[in-house]
Write a protein that binds this ligand. Structure first.
Ligand code: S3P
Length: 169
């Protein structure tokens, strides 16, 4: 039986997982976790540094350990890193242990929201639009496979997104 006591947010970088997650946690009076922040806290270095020293592969291994740890907690709200659904083990852990919400947002909006960002290694490229389009094409089926519910977080005010998620949860 699927465990619904947790809420997990998935979706591309910049769709608002952290913002919406914090608001959900406040509304439900539950602890909020962010898998990237958790990795940074436990290693003492930034995600960018991990990518620089260990490559994406090394980061994904750390991410998998953290997703396993965080999905063993009860009654939490979790904002996952955008690529955490790439590993089948993570998708299973998320699907099994919580209500999974796929936040969707147009590439234009993501580009706008992340325009000053220097801390997302995958966007440090000459053509971030092309990168995001490729990531979306690769990941959208995986996000959908995982999700219990999906919602547009690009054009809808945060409060409404939170309210709608709570109505379907
Ligand atoms: C990544 C998303 C980032 C972070 C890392 C890789 C990705 O998290 O985990 O830079 O592969 O999409 P956010 O989705 O929180 O930005």
């Amino acid at each position: 039986m699927k465990n619904l006591e947790n809420i997990y947010l998935i979706g591309l970088m910049g769709v608002g997982k952290t913002t919406i997650g914090k608001q959900l946690a406040k509304a439900l009076q539950r602890p909020f976790y962010d898998s990237d922040k958790f990795i940074e806290k436990s290693t003492g270095v930034s995600i960018t540094t991990i990518f620089n020293y260990e490559g994406e592969e090394g980061f994904r291994m750390r991410e998998q350990e953290v997703i396993a740890e965080l999905t063993s907690l009860h009654g939490i709200i979790l904002a996952t890193g955008g690529g955490s659904i790439l590993k089948a083990e993570n998708r299973e852990a998320l699907k099994q242990n919580g209500f999974v919400v796929y936040l969707q947002c147009s590439i234009d909006k993501i580009l706008y929201r992340t325009r000053h960002d220097t801390q997302r290694p995958l966007l440090q490229t000459a053509n971030p639009r092309q990168r995001l389009q490729a990531l979306l094409a690769e990941r959208d089926p995986l996000y959908r496979e995982c999700a219990d519910f999906k919602i547009d977080s690009g054009n809808t005010p945060g409060k409404i997104v939170v309210k709608t998620i709570l109505q379907h949860y």
